[in-house]
Write a protein that binds this ligand. Sequence first.
Ligand SMILES: Cc1ncc(COP(=O)(O)O)c(C=O)c1O
Length: 360
Amino acid sequence: MSRKFNFSAGPAALPEEVLQQARDEMLDWHGLGLSIMEMSHRSEAFVSVASQAEQDLRDLMGIPDNYRVLFLQGGATSQFAMVPLNLMGDNGSADYINTGIWSKKAIQEGGRYGKVRLAASSEDLYFSRVPSQDELDLDASAAYVHYTPNETIGGLEFDYVPETGAVPLVADMSSTILSRPCDVSRFGLIYAGAQKNIGPAGLTVVIVRDDLLGKAAATTPAMFDYKVHADADSMNNTPPTFGWYLAGLVFQWLKRQGGVAAMETVNRRKAEKLYGFIDASDFYANPIEVGSRSWMNVPFTLADSRLDTRFLEQSEAAGLLNLQGHRSVGGMRASIYNAVPESAVDALIDFMRDFERRNG
Ligand SMILES: Cc1ncc(COP(=O)(O)O)c(C=O)c1O
């Protein structure tokens, strides 16, 4: 077996140690004679796994006691509906910041449940940078302000947390959660699909301030009501037990790495290396302004797009997988989440340098 370097945007690379541990525990979890996937979510064993995972996430992110952590299903996409259903109230209005494809999807879905106001958009700049705090046109009576700290497809990322005063800030952190420290108390609600920095697809993590619970619109399905899940400790129905367990292993792995502060150091270095190489070359280019560049998803183009296919074929042959950009934008994209080691970035840069030498 030889594991290759995986630059997938999601489902994405998982730490090898975590996969090995899951393999070792697969058939017989802790001597109980069955797999974690085969036991009741209400069993003592699973409940201990579930609560340890929550505690580890709380420790890693420094989540204050007045926030609930929910382990849900439905992906981040379900949150595009759950957020307005729970927070907008009847006839409510919410502010949204548009920085790319994912924020647009949230805006479109949010508009089905209430009034959506655009607080800022970088669309006229081809999403080449995030709006600054000064450019945010915020409504003090909005139910919340929604933004996407990291646009996974466009590769732009906020380098600051928007200041929204008393209006709760809601963040789709799917592709940047746990990549560095974050002051949770600045947010009303954080959500993330797991399949990038948390664990396997199928699990969605929601961190919500407890005063925002219990305000769902009357017609909200029970499975879309945060309070229903909070009251049932995320076990209103059968939760995604394997995803929850595996996320717990990832959280323990993160703690062994030194937590999110240590990840920040490595992630910053990985991103600086790759952008530094791209900027120094006339052959590769990244369209995002320096201050808005994503640490997690690095899109880049080749000077001659006719070389794209060759680049992808040869990079794959060199053991560098999933470098194709999103189908909506083309070009290349290297996703370098927590579980992508620095050696993968070094190998990618070596390959890119060599490819340029041969084709430039
Ligand atoms: C920022 C962001 N939001 C939302 C989604 C959608 O997530 P899901 O497929 O879990 O619904 C993605 C998926 O890549 C994403 O990157």
